[in-house]
Write a protein that binds this ligand. Sequence first.
Ligand SMILES: NC(=O)c1ccc[n+]([C@@H]2O[C@H](COP(=O)([O-])OP(=O)(O)OC[C@H]3O[C@@H](n4cnc5c(N)ncnc54)[C@H](O)[C@@H]3O)[C@@H](O)[C@H]2O)c1
Length: 407
Amino acid sequence: MKNLRVGIIGVGNIGGAHAESIFSGRIRGMDLCGLCDAAPEKRQYLAGKYPGIPVFDDGLKLMDSGLVDTLIVATPHYFHPVYAAEALKRGLNVLSEKPAGVGVRAVKEVICAAEQSHGAYGIMFNQRTDPLFRKAKEIIDGGGLGEPKRLVWIITNWYRTQKYYDSGTWRATWNGEGGGVLLNQAPHNLDVWQWLFGMPDAVTAFVTEGKYHNIGVEDDATIYAEYGNGATAVFITTTGEAPGTNRLEISGSLGKIVIEKGVLSYTKLGVSERDFCFRDGSGSSLPPLEEFSFGPYEAVSGHELILANFAASVLEGERLIAPGIDGIRELSISNAAYLSSWTGRTVRLPLDESDVEAFEELLENKRQCERAGEGSGRGDAGSTAGNVCDKDISTGNNYLPRWNVKW
Ligand SMILES: NC(=O)c1ccc[n+]([C@@H]2O[C@H](COP(=O)([O-])OP(=O)(O)OC[C@H]3O[C@@H](n4cnc5c(N)ncnc54)[C@H](O)[C@@H]3O)[C@@H](O)[C@H]2O)c1
């Protein structure tokens, strides 16, 4: 079978890393056949680095060139659903960077396009390939935790300094990025949360803008979520703590998983705690239990695994690790978290039309205030295209350590 003919829209940090992986032949089933970037200096650089690979200044021109059957969208967030929908309508395969979009409405349109398209739709949730998360998924899906009780994730090791936020004009702005840590770094964790524990029914959140940096979007968030069966989740994230923590704890009626410092500890109860609670005569003894430990594992190249899986899915029918339609799930949690924090109320999921409208209206207010120069802390806020890569483009591209799962 012929390899996928891949084009990349947005060849900055991560798009450049994908280009390098594919061009160098490391991704089975993918050939690099076209590139597109809005920034003229980037196009000039790409033409020199990848001789023979056509470079376009417009994503639609790349799609309509006939040179590609597959698109990787690695632009700033607002463009993800726009290009994904256009490509799917043309019957092309799309692998979108996370998040699937900024608001759920645009992503719903992509899902509609995907349902009517011959093209496949995937999303770069590379953290789903992490061996510890996969082990947790295996235990939970195998019934090893029983009835879900609680998830607590402290994921505060997404540390960024001001230089990071100043490195691109789209970064950390409502107009360029559409959000902060919840929309840029934490989507991976919000996705793994819902992938392992399911979607909550209600979200209450406290989201703080510019707490640790001169930025207008949030760099600190705490989400409390409720489930129909009484289970709860607490999710804490920030880019402003050093050292940060990455500790995931999931408990259920049959045991508990804790992932921290690269090791998964699984405590398996011999009987359901819910039964034990009402049968035990002592008042405070624990149910019988066994302890298991997994890891540490060797680091995997999650991005390359997702690329290869996407190709194998289209070409050979392999199951997609991260279907694009799953992108709306974590995005619904973050949209609800913003709305909850902005309005001071609990928001139910799935978001109903009135909450989608309320989210859009309040986001638009923030965008307008930012355009008017209020409250962002940065004068250059709001542009989405033409920004300069925060890596020295002359040094070439590869996956930056900051994108890996860190324990
Ligand atoms: N999966 C991951 O681990 C991971 C890691 C980093 C970034 N990302 C995501 O990838 C996306 C890009 O992030 P980045 O750090 O590479 O940003 P970046 O600023 O380095 O690159 C974005 C590129 O897109 C180009 N661009 C902007 N608008 C465009 C348009 N309309 N058409 C074509 N090109 C356009 C810019 O000129 C730039 O070269 C973001 O959505 C980000 O959240 C994902």
